[in-house]
Design a protein around this ligand. Structure first.
Ligand code: HEC
Ligand code: HEC
Length: 209
């Protein structure tokens, strides 16, 4: 099923359900669970259950089958949690994701973030010329924040193994300041890139484990 169809169907399901009021921050909670192996395992198991809604688009283990939908597998838990909150507050705009995220309780957002963070990413094998060119661009413009392995950290997203289409879409939006997301650092970091540069860097990132 295509993403647009899914969106329409699921939006109806959500509108028919109840909306829960957003609860404030649980970063300390996220950290406490990460520091306790047993609590982490049970939170990830709960997260897998709570993510049943997400599977159609993001895939059962966080590797999405739709190229414009981001992979969540192996992404940093803090980043995932922060993005779900931004959708919830309307700071990051995506009609469907904004509606969907409102039905999740704060604890479920934490569990889902921990679940996806613990899944295995799946790199691809794009055109090797593009990959080589993309590596140069990455080292020059991106490495200082996203890191030498492109795994990011608590505040910077992992980019390694991400889908090329999603990367191109996302970077182009930051460059052109289309308004879905607002991040001054990212917009200035990619301001000088041409479309072909963005495609090359996306190919390189998709190839990384
Ligand atoms: C109908 C398809 C669909 C479903 C179902 C869906 N998502 Fe998404 N999700 C998307 C799309 C498309 C994006 C990218 C939005 C954009 O371009 O900014 C996204 C983005 C995200 C992001 C940001 C990832 C990043 O790399 O920045 C997170 C986190 C996320 N979704 C979590 C979830 C969770 C949790 C669920 C289930 C509760 C879910 N999504 C269900 C389509 C979906
Ligand atoms: C100054 C630090 C910095 C530099 C340099 C930088 N980024 Fe980022 N990047 C960030 C931050 C912070 C975010 C999270 C922004 C947000 O929440 O919208 C981000 C987000 C992204 C995302 C969205 C990821 C997702 O899952 O949705 C992509 C794609 C991205 N960066 C690619 C790049 C590329 C490619 C380059 C180099 C051409 C680059 N970035 C350079 C800091 C940086």
């Amino acid at each position: 099923m295509r993403c647009e169809q899914m969106r329409r169907i699921l939006t109806c399901v959500i509108l028919a359900g109840t909306f829960s009021a957003p609860v404030l921050a649980g970063d300390a909670r996220l950290r406490a669970i990460q520091d306790d192996p047993q609590a982490l395992r049970s939170a990830q198991a709960e997260g897998r259950k709570a993510s049943f809604f997400c599977v159609n688009c993001h895939g059962g283990n966080g590797v999405s089958k739709l190229p414009e939908v981001p992979n969540l597998a192996g992404q940093n838990a803090d980043y995932l949690l922060e993005q779900t909150r931004r959708f919830g507050r309307g700071q990051r705009k995506d009609e469907f994701m904004q509606g969907l995220i409102r039905v999740l309780k704060e604890e479920e957002k934490i569990q889902i973030s921990l679940f996806y963070a613990g899944q295995n990413p799946r790199p691809g094998k794009p055109d090797s010329n593009k990959v080589a060119r993309g590596k140069q661009i990455y080292n020059q413009f991106c490495l200082r924040c996203h890191g030498s392995t492109a795994h990011g950290n608590e505040t910077i997203p992992r980019l390694a193994s991400q889908h090329m289409e999603y990367l191109v879409l996302s970077v182009t939006r930051y460059r052109d300041k289309t308004g879905e997301r607002q991040e001054a650092q990212m917009s200035s970091a990619v301001a000088l890139l041409k479309n072909a540069d963005i495609e090359a860097v996306a190919a390189y990132l998709h190839s990384l484990p």
